[in-house]
Design a protein around this ligand. Structure first.
Ligand code: NAP
Length: 249
């Protein structure tokens, strides 16, 4: 464990499953107090919270739809009431959907942008005043390789994830003078519930396309989050890093 992290607080959105779940376990094991944010998966969040507290880690769970501003503000208020500080924000909560462009409804579009982009906007605006006051903080936004290269039948998802990249680069410039690092992780194909709509042969194809011959694991992304949150990454900001097993992009 990096003892320099002891007492630090990480807010991880979408921590009930997948990458966020792995990040919560990893950050807690490395000394952070955790806010386990979730939206729909109450049982899974509860299970994670129990696991963390049984191991002696400090954590709170908080149900908030990141696209709802008031809910996000209440979550950050609760975090400050319980822990008194916020050191790291991991904007991980996200949704995906596969549809032909012509079949994407206005509601699909709004939902995609609201969760993946407005959610990040809401969370950043809620934590930044506290980070600026402390003159330090780390913000890690989860994009996707599809935000870099575009995915067929995922125009709205690719749009949202490309926005995460532009947002990260611009905010990093604005917050650099306040000693706040803003970086972006653009994972390749990671084996989580987000892939549940894919057929096995589609997954096999994606694996074949990956030079390291496997799909990514949630921990592959969580480990990079932990690094970007650490002091070892103090001079890294405004970057997009893609853990993708060499998937050609
Ligand atoms: P996942 O297993 O489906 O988990 C998604 C998480 O986001 C869940 O914890 C979910 O919480 C949460 N979430 C969804 N909508 C939310 C909302 N409105 N408010 C708060 N939380 C919300 O997916 P994952 O693969 O771990 O994805 C995590 C992030 O990585 C996403 O941003 C995704 O776009 C990105 N990513 C994934 C891959 C991949 O191949 N898996 C690749 C590149 C990027 P509830 O279940 O509680 O609602």
């Amino acid at each position: 464990m990096n003892t320099g992290n002891i007492g630090k607080v990480a807010v991880i959105t979408g921590a009930s499953k997948g990458i966020g779940h792995a990040a919560a376990l990893l950050f807690a094991g490395n000394g952070y107090k955790i806010v386990v944010n979730y939206c729909k998966s109450h049982e899974k969040a509860l299970e994670l919270h129990s696991t963390l507290t049984q191991k002696g880690f400090e954590a709170i769970m908080y149900q908030a739809d990141v696209s709802e501003r008031a809910q996000v503000e209440n979550m950050i208020h609760q975090c400050l009431c319980c822990f008194g500080r916020i050191d790291v924000l991991v904007n991980n909560a996200g949704i995906a959907q596969q549809k032909l462009f012509q079949d994407i409804s206005e509601c699909d579009w709004d939902n995609m942008l609201n969760v993946n982009v407005k959610g990040m906007f809401n969370c950043c605006q809620a934590v930044i005043p506290h980070m600026i006051k402390e003159k330090r903080g780390k913000i890690i936004n989860i994009s996707s390789i599809w935000g870099m290269i575009g995915a067929s039948c995922e125009v709205h998802y690719s749009t949202a994830k490309a926005a995460v990249i532009g947002f990260t680069k611009a905010l990093a410039k604005e917050l650099g003078p306040s000693n706040i690092n803003v970086n972006c992780i653009a994972p390749g194909v990671i084996d989580t519930d987000m892939l549940c709509s894919l057929y096995e042969d589609e997954k096999a194809y994606l694996k074949d396309m990956t030079p390291l011959s496997r799909l990514g694991k949630a921990i592959d992304v969580a480990s990079l989050c932990l690094f970007l949150a650490s002091e070892q990454a103090d001079f890294i900001t405004g970057q997009v890093i893609s853990p993708n097993g060499g998937f050609v992009i």
